[in-house]
Design a protein around this ligand. Structure first.
Ligand code: MV4
Length: 506
């Protein structure tokens, strides 16, 4: 059995990534789009596209009924959720199954289990997976927090049970701050997740975030595809990821990889998933959580192992056995990913929406650009502002760092501010090039950031003016065909339409 048609329940670069994998596999694709995404790249590249509502995600990309109806109407047999939106939503996985659709991801029960952090900790503890010292059940009384904290020893950390991503988290250094931190964490968790339960863990100082990619089929087969180092984060948002991690050695790597597989088997997990660990300065590692989705940073694993993770997700969802064992997966060379966001790093990473006036994306040996944008496209304000991911591969880490720096220098986006100039400085920092990457890196070296380089602003203005004249030209050449064509610069995408659907889009 193989699917003939898959609906991609996402937008941006990840929807483009899934469409490309499907095209290679000979599977037709259905894009869904909100009103502001009608001309977005994922829509132009898919074989078919279905409008699912207004720009706010709750009325479109989070509307389960609209998405399932789009799959039914187009005859799609499976749904790929990408990341974010409905990707880790057990109710959506159940609704897909009830509608006769295959959800390309783990089963609803496993999604539910790993989405409950306290339940996941208990499951892991029972399976012999090392967890961070802390509570294994939600307290029934707030008095239990003080007793647990005293037993763990300060500092402790308050975490949301429904959470992830740092929401509801509070570090507590002494007993007198505990009650206020628990209450603040509960309020934040309640408004972020609709569930205010919090629990305590021992606080690990300056850890590294090292995660393992796992693939599990529905026949009991499980392999890990080694680690990703994701410690370079800002406000719990990952910025740069790489594989292998500079912090692991072969023995530690193999112990962590086997532990990751044990964790997934204990959770009854199938399809692609990630086990996150905290690694302390002494080389002790602790289970943190399972990310039940294809992750933003999956390309570094693909470049180092040669495995196409989206293809594997589709094969596993179609019921296939994994075609390779652990002994057949190897790490080769070094891969680094930088996330390109439409944010202004000089203005505290303020989102920067607007039209992409000019775009030159880097390419060359060992350079991969997973992009959801094109010149002339308008960046909407309604979604996560990720534009693209720049990923490089090289035979060793030093070469990979240089290749990334050069590729970032080659990345030109005019019209919206991006994180590119900030990333150029990050990947050249001596602590980065030496592999001294911990979760404290950004706060320590880049808490304040100003654009370096003299005359950058003048150059930018000159290029912007040239680019504006360039993108405006086809619209005028077309005879000033009215407000609509003047507003949206013509590109081959809008004049020729998508690859296979024949006519102009819209
Ligand atoms: C921790 C920790 C230290 N000790 N837990 C941040 C996001 C969430 N997934 C868990 N996080 C942390 N949990 C204990 N017991 C430090 C962090 C943390 C962190 C983790 C990974 C990457 C960046 C981070 C930045 C600050 C804090």
């Amino acid at each position: 059995m193989m699917f003939r048609k898959i609906l991609v329940a996402n937008r941006g670069e990840i929807a483009v990534r899934v469409v490309r994998a499907c095209r290679e596999m000979g599977i037709r694709t259905v894009a869904v789009y909100s009103e502001c995404d009608r001309r977005s790249l994922h829509v132009l590249l898919a074989d078919e596209a279905v409008a699912i509502g207004p720009p706010p995600a709750v009325q479109s990309y989070l509307d389960m009924d609209r998405i399932i109806e789009a799959a039914r109407a187009t005859g799609a047999e499976a749904v790929h959720p990408g990341y974010g939106f409905l990707a880790e939503n057990a109710a959506f996985a159940r609704a897909c199954a009830a509608a006769g659709l295959v959800f390309i991801g783990p089963g609803a029960d496993a999604l539910e289990l790993v989405g409950d952090k306290v339940r996941a900790r208990r499951t892991m503890e029972k399976a012999g997976v090392p967890i961070i010292p802390g509570m294994s059940a939600l307290p029934s009384d707030t008095k239990e927090f003080a007793a647990a904290a005293a037993a763990l020893g300060y500092p402790v950390i308050v975490k949301a049970s429904a959470g992830g991503g740092g929401k509801g988290m509070r570090i507590v250094n002494r007993e007198k701050d505990l009650v206020a931190a628990v209450e603040a964490g509960m309020r934040e968790a309640g408004s972020a997740f609709g569930d205010s339960s919090v629990y305590l863990e021992k606080y690990i100082a300056e850890p590294r975030h090292v995660e393992f990619q796992v693939l599990a089929d529905t026949h009991g087969g499980v392999v890990h595809l080694f680690e990703r180092e994701c410690s370079i984060q800002r406000r719990h948002q990952k910025i740069v990821e790489e594989s292998p991690s500079p912090a692991l050695n072969p023995v530690l790597r193999s112990r962590m990889g086997e532990t990751a597989k044990r964790a997934m088997l204990a959770a009854g997990y199938t399809n692609a998933g990630t086990v996150e660990f905290l690694l302390d300065a002494e080389g002790r590692f602790y289970f943190m959580e399972v990310n039940a989705r294809l992750q933003v940073e999956h390309p570094v694993t693909e470049l180092v192992t040669g495995v196409d993770l989206v293809r594997q997700q589709v094969l596993v969802a179609a019921g296939r056995k994994l075609a390779f064992g652990q002994d057949e997966v190897h790490q080769r060379g070094q891969a680094i990913e930088c996330r390109i966001y439409a944010e202004d790093p000089a203005r505290n990473f303020l989102p920067s929406a607007g039209r992409v006036l000019f775009l030159k994306e880097p390419c060359g040996p060992g350079v991969r650009n997973d992009s959801g944008i094109y010149g002339g496209w308008e960046v909407p304000v309604h979604y996560d502002p990720i534009l693209s991911k720049l990923i490089v591969w090289a035979e060793d880490r030093e070469t990979a760092c240089r290749r990334m720096a050069a590729a970032l220098d080659d990345y030109v986006v005019l019209g919206v501010r991006t994180t590119v100039p900030f990333l150029r400085d990050v990947v050249r920092h001596p602590d980065f090039t030496a592999g001294r990457t911990t979760t404290a890196f950004i706060g320590r070296h880049f808490a304040e950031w100003k654009e370096s380089g003299a005359g950058e602003e003048e150059l930018r203005l000159a290029l912007a003016a040239a680019a504006f004249a360039e993108t405006d030209r086809p619209a005028r050449a077309a005879g000033g065909a009215g407000a609509a064509s003047a507003k949206q610069a013509d590109t081959p995408w809008t004049t020729l339409g998508g690859w296979r659907n024949g006519g102009p889009v819209g």
